[in-house]
Ligand binder design. Sequence first.
Ligand SMILES: Nc1ncnc2c1ncn2[C@@H]1O[C@H](COP(=O)(O)OP(=O)(O)O)[C@@H](O)[C@H]1O
Ligand SMILES: [Mg+2]
Length: 240
Amino acid sequence: MVKITNLSKSYNRGAVKAVDNLNLHVKPGEIFGFLGPNGAGKTTTIKMMVGLLNPDQGSIFINDYDNQRDPIAAKRSIGYVPDSPEVYDRLTGLEYLDFMANVYEVSPDEKKKRISYFLEMFDLVDAANDLIKSYSHGMKQKIVLTGALLHNPALWIMDEPMVGLDPRSSHLLKELMREHCDRGNTVFFSTHILEVAERLCDRIGIIHKGKLIAIGTLEELRHGEHAGTLENIFLELTEQ
Ligand SMILES: Nc1ncnc2c1ncn2[C@@H]1O[C@H](COP(=O)(O)OP(=O)(O)O)[C@@H](O)[C@H]1O
Ligand SMILES: [Mg+2]
């Protein structure tokens, strides 16, 4: 579902190497957790996956489409939740969702059904006609999540999606992720919440200073040279 090959990206004319020769496969049916300390290169990788940044080198295939050669085809199968929910403040929640559904060419019937499904679930029915400007951070996060999922994308790419969600919404999101993958779809998300990764992910990749330094199931990581909890493994691997 995702195939990243020799991916590199630097900023400031090469002064900061944010992603350094990354190779990664994510299969259908998998929840893949992308872990790493602050500044490791998670957001840069994700922005290249969704087509917001161009790589210096390397390729990314999404659902067998090269996202540089066939960006529209690649983007159709992606639902993207960025690291901070910056949405159009002067739209109401409903206007924003309507806009997102139209961008992704969701049919009117589907649109209506899916919007009410998510608004109910995320407890946003009452706020749907208010301007997004008036929303709390968590409400914005939930409206962005909803907008990203309206076209029922096969691949969810989420950058720290639990940040700002209350425990109930965070629980709901985790359930949604599991259900999505159980139907043969794929979730790729970054997090620094190790307990979430430990409980939810089928496989985990740890990135540090732009390089992928470990990848596998939790079991595989544990049976490597770094035994113990994910926290131990993480701390050992990312030691300065
Ligand atoms: N727009 C930018 N300009 C310059 N440097 C950047 C920019 N965005 C990120 N960086 C740098 O690239 C590295 C990786 O950052 P990022 O991908 O945001 O990591 P993460 O999401 O894992 O915290 C960091 O050293 C960060 O300071
Ligand atoms: Mg980030």
